[in-house]
Design a protein around this ligand. Structure first.
Ligand code: NDP
Length: 448
């Protein structure tokens, strides 16, 4: 019988890789992992976690603004970007230590260097050392796409945005997806002048059109400028260090920082995958079956590198299912139905299930219920932002096919609603549920 150094070698210590390694080890596998950057991966180190801390920080700006309406006098309030940035960085350090302890506690050996695939059962570390494993899991994630234009070296991506030396007074953001709109909200609230430029005239393509329209209006009301069909064509750094940004429609914009957020591509280049016969798709993604198996026996992949749904909880589920399938004797697939998602824009939006347009295309007869309300919290706010919830219901079975929300705390409310959609509950079930008053969430059961 062939013998290997390990039962499993995981390349990439992000959300999917760490979960897979930990669970495989708990099933008795001898596991090793390599990570070229920091343990924790995009979500923990330069994604969801530090981003959410910045979102929380920026909420204080709105709260302070609205506080006088509730009787508070706030004098001398000041914001210090460096203090926030350093606090966020220290929390990321703490989490990295926690993730590393998880590996240690589960007896997963970890190598802090780049690993590539040398042969179907052999990994080559940057140091030159070769390690064999019966199974290999590729969980290297994705990487921001930087469009080609002169001067793009002056633009930053979400990788660098957490480390800015100062809060930029003027920010241009290219893209109108998750990252662009989340950072537009953060910088706007913290006091930067924000201009969003996008190649099309759409924001957040995958979300329900009513939510997108509402969000665009509210972001504009908060002072964020949008310029559509107007991607960046060049950036010139000026003598004073500021950036002169040219755009397709010829409106130059002066900025102190340019953030590009135009999608993320699987980080497969240079990994040696094609050389051993692993099939990649057009975007460089690893093609896998529903168990994470690639075209080469013994090589598996989970998470963003497979370019299915680029969300942390999905990578975690895929990693767990892979480990249970291969090492736990419990074959498990990941279900991609009714995955809840949120954009931590300001206000945030969140959704699960089908949009109205998708439901009409798939089900024909569809009933739509909406609630357009002014959250009580906004009663004394100077900007009268309204919340909007929408239920999309199958006209025949009465099943709730989609829940879409924009308004304060929408992601917190949506997670519970996602249980109902996943469970296949009907509009009658929603109606039969007593309202929790006074709350915004009660709108969910009061739509008639
Ligand atoms: P998105 O796919 O959300 O948005 C990409 C944006 O960039 C779109 O507005 C798109 O324009 C534009 N774009 C795409 N390619 C180009 C190009 N070549 N030139 C110019 N513009 C382009 O990507 P993000 O980078 O914002 O986020 C990446 C992924 O990370 C998301 O898909 C999401 O899965 C994940 N993420 C999730 C978060 C969350 O769950 N809250 C937060 C942050 C990231 P158009 O639509 O006009 O084509």
């Amino acid at each position: 019988m062939e013998s290997f150094d390990y039962d499993l070698f995981v390349i990439g210590a992000g959300s999917g890789g760490v979960r897979a390694g930990r669970i495989a080890a708990s099933h008795g596998a001898r596991v090793a992992m390599a990570e070229e950057f920091r343990v924790g991966g995009t979500c923990v180190i330069r994604g969801c976690v530090p981003k959410k801390l910045l979102v929380y920080a920026s909420h204080f700006a709105h709260e302070l603004h609205d506080a006088p309406g509730f009787g508070w006098t706030i004098e001398g309030a000041r914001f210090d970007w460096n203090a926030l940035r350093d606090f966020v960085a220290s929390d990321v350090d703490r989490l990295e230590r926690a993730y590393t302890s998880t590996l240690d506690n589960n007896k997963v050996d970890h190598f802090h260097e780049r690993a590539t695939v040398a042969a179907p059962h052999t990994v080559r570390l940057a140091s030159g050392r070769k390690i064999t494993a019966k199974h290999m899991l590729i969980a290297v994630g994705a990487w921001p796409v930087m469009p080609e234009f002169p001067g793009n070296e002056h633009a930053i991506t979400s990788n660098e945005v957490f480390h800015l030396p100062a809060l930029p007074a003027r920010v241009v953001i290219q893209g109108a997806g998750y990252i662009a709109l989340e950072f537009a909200g953060i910088f706007n609230a913290l006091g930067s002048k924000v201009t969003v430029v996008n190649r099309s005239d759409q924001i957040l393509r995958s979300y329900d059109i009513d939510l997108r329209n509402r969000l665009l209006t509210m972001m504009q009301m908060r002072g964020i400028e949008f310029r559509f069909q107007n991607p960046i064509t060049g950036i010139v750094k000026q003598a004073d260090g500021s950036l002169f940004v040219s755009t397709a429609q010829g409106y130059p914009i002066e900025a102190d920082a340019v953030l590009v957020a135009t999608g993320r591509k699987p980080k497969t280049p240079g990994l040696g995958l094609e050389e051993v016969g692993v099939q990649l798709g057009a975007n460089g993604e690893i093609i896998v079956d529903e168990y994470g198996q690639t075209s080469v026996a013994g090589i598996h992949a989970v998470g963003d590198v497979t370019d299915r749904v680029q969300l942390t909880p999905v990578a975690i589920r895929e990693g767990h299912a892979f480990a249970d399938t291969v090492f736990g004797g419990k074959p498990r697939k990941t279900s991609y139905d009714a995955i809840p998602s949120a954009v931590f824009s300001q206000p945030p939006l969140a959704a699960v299930g089908l949009t109205e347009v998708e439901a009409r295309a798939q089900y024909g007869e569809v009933k739509v219920f909406t609630s357009d309300f002014r959250p009580m919290k906004n009663m004394f706010a100077k900007v009268a932002e309204r919340g909007f919830y929408k239920l999309v219901v199958d006209g025949e079975s009465d099943r709730v096919l989609g829940v879409h929300m924009i308004g304060p705390e929408a992601p917190e409310v949506l997670q519970a609603a996602a249980i109902a959609v996943k469970a296949g509950l009907t509009k009658a079930d929603f109606d039969a549920t007593m309202a929790l008053h006074p709350s915004m969430a009660e709108e969910l059961v009061l739509m008639r």
